[in-house]
Design a protein. Structure first.
Length: 259
C-alpha cells in the first residue's frame, strides 16, 4: 500500500488510540512520523521499529500552539518527508463546566481540536493534491451531535471536526485525496471514570471499543474513501435517543444533579 518515500504522520501517538493508529499503519508498511507532547513518544517509536521494522521519526511538540502546525509541516518539507497519510488524533478530554475550566485549558482544547488539525490538513493536503493521492483522518466523536453539560468545548470542537471533514471530503475527493471523520463513542483508554466491570459489559454489548478495534475501523474507512464512520450499533441508537431530548429536560437533569 505504501512506498519507501511515503510516510504516515500520526499526532498524539504516544498512547491510546494514536499509538494503535501508528502500529497499524506500520503493519501496512508505512514509515512513520509520530508526534506527541510527551517524551514517551521516543520509546513508542523504538517499540514500533522493533515490531515492524519500519523507519520511525519521533517528534516532541505541543500541538496546542497555533504555530505548531506550520512548524511540523516545515520540518517534514525540510527533511524531504513526503506525507501520504495524515492522522489528526491529538486531543484532550474533560468532564467539567466550561466556566470552571482555566483560560489555559480552553486555549489548549480549542487550538488542539480545531486550529491545529485544520491547518495540518491545509498544508499537507496541498501536497497530496499535487501528487493526486492522499489520506486524511480526523478524530471526531459522537459527542459532536450531543450538546450537553460539562462537554461544551469538547463536543463543540468535535462537531467542528465532523463538519469540517465532510466539507473538505467533498472538495478533495475527486482530486484523489480522501478525508474521513471517525466518530467513536466510549473507547477503553482509561480516560473515563468507569469501573472495569462496567467497561467489560460495555465492550460485550459494543458500546465501548478497544483502541485497537477503533483504529482498525477508522483506517479501513479512510482507505475506502468514506466521509465518516461511527463504530458500534449502540452509538447510533444513542444518537437517535439523545436527539429526542428537549432542552428543558436537560435543564432538569442538571437541576436535579442526575448527571
Amino acid at each position: 500500500m505504501s512506498n519507501e518515500k511515503s510516510y504516515a504522520l500520526v499526532t498524539g501517538a504516544s498512547s491510546g488510540i494514536g499509538f494503535q493508529y501508528a502500529r497499524q499503519l506500520a503493519a501496512k508498511g508505512y514509515p512513520l512520523i509520530i508526534v506527541s507532547d510527551e517524551e514517551a513518544i521516543h520509546t513508542k517509536a523504538e517499540e514500533i521499529r522493533l515490531e515492524y521494522g519500519v523507519k520511525v521519526v519521533s517528534l516532541v511538540s505541543d500541538l496546542g500552539r497555533q504555530e505548531a502546525a506550520k512548524e511540523l509541516y516545515d520540518y517534514c518539507h525540510a527533511e524531504s518527508l513526503e506525507v501520504e497519510v495524515l492522522v489528526n488524533n491529538a486531543g484532550v478530554y474533560h468532564d467539567r463546566d466550561f466556566i470552571a475550566d482555566t483560560p489555559q485549558f480552553n486555549h489548549l482544547i480549542l487550538n488542539l481540536h480545531t486550529y491545529t488539525p485544520a491547518m495540518l490538513l491545509y498544508y499537507f493536503s496541498k501536497d497530496m493534491v499535487e501528487r493526486g493521492k492522499g489520506y486524511i483522518l480526523n478524530m471526531s466523536s459522537i459527542t459532536s451531535d450531543i450538546a450537553v453539560q460539562r462537554l461544551a468545548t469538547y463536543s463543540a470542537t468535535k462537531a467542528f471536526l465532523k463538519n469540517f471533514s465532510r466539507s473538505v471530503h467533498i472538495e478533495l475527493y475527486h482530486k484523489g485525496v480522501y478525508v474521513t471523520a471517525v466518530r467513536p463513542g466510549a473507547v477503553d483508554t482509561g480516560l473515563y471514570s468507569i469501573s472495569r466491570t462496567a467497561t467489560k459489559i460495555g465492550m460485550v454489548v459494543g458500546y465501548i471499543v478497544t483502541p485497537q478495534r477503533l483504529a482498525r475501523r477508522g483506517l479501513r474507512a479512510m482507505f475506502h474513501g468514506r466521509a465518516q464512520v461511527t463504530p458500534g450499533f449502540l452509538n447510533h441508537v444513542l444518537l437517535f435517543l439523545v436527539a429526542l431530548l428537549p432542552t428543558c429536560l436537560l435543564r432538569l437533569v442538571r437541576r436535579w444533579r442526575i448527571f
